[in-house]
Design a binder for this molecule. Sequence first.
Ligand code: FVH
Length: 279
Amino acid sequence: MRISILGLGLMGQALARTLVGAGHSVTVWNRTEGKADGLGATAVATAAEAVAASPLVIVCVLDYAAVRELLGLVQLDDRVLLNLTNGRPAEARDMADWVAARGGDYLDGGIMAVPQMIGTPGALILYSGSPAAFERYEEALSALAGSRYLGTDAGLAPLYDLAMLTGMYGQFAGFLEAAALIASEKRPVAEFTTELLLPWMNAMAGRTPELAAAIEAGEYATDVSNLEVNRVGMVNLVRAFEEQGVKPDLLLPMGDVLDRRVAAGHGAEGLASLIEELR
Ligand code: FVH
């Protein structure tokens, strides 16, 4: 299959290398020269030439503004534009209209992988937008990663992508605060992480489907620590951080939300109830 890739940053190069390896005929373009070396793809001098070369055009650059800038006035008749650039739902919806006005079909994608994972079983790409385009290219795209098509609304892939990144940042925030607390006593962080923290975090992550069910049902009764118990626990945590000379900056926002929810009379409810303060 003929596939063009616009943007040869770390991710674009991984995409190109993997598609070449899967036997596709890949044409590439990048704003600055020299990044196509060794990829086994055909490098062209302009974005317009790359668009002309293939019915499927993948773009993976810094942001959506760069996508618009590099495509400029290029017509996209009979082309599918698959945008794997990180963006927001509103941007993806605008981009779908923008591409349609140029005669193209639009798919948005969210890459849940780092470049080294592309083409390996752990990689996932979320898709939304044109169902016809997804059906047509699903098999070719399976060389890159597992696929999950979320629906015709182009904004869905970035919405889910950002939600997954949000979960990731929450995990890293917890890890960093925990590591800072352990390091405050010059205890080994690596040993603590692998032997104790990781199994604990996995066990707690295993409880999230229960919280999700409570959120969907809007029923927040709990048979584990309620919000008041958690609020007192958080006050204790923050004091311990201060006594250890460590900043609890990544934890404080959660403490604020707990305070608000308890003050509103929901102290007997479970943690899932905090979502009502976020809506
Ligand atoms: N790398 C990762 O782990 C993540 C995984 C999840 C998805 N992201 C998103 O992928 C987009 C590209 O990320 P990247 O890692 O390839 O980024 P860089 O290596 O920094 O390459 C950036 C490319 O964008 C080109 N570019 C920037 N501005 C423009 C512009 N105005 N016009 C045309 N191209 C532009 C840049 O070109 P150059 O500097 O080499 O000339 C690179 O090709 C991104 O949305 C991540 O969030 C990656």
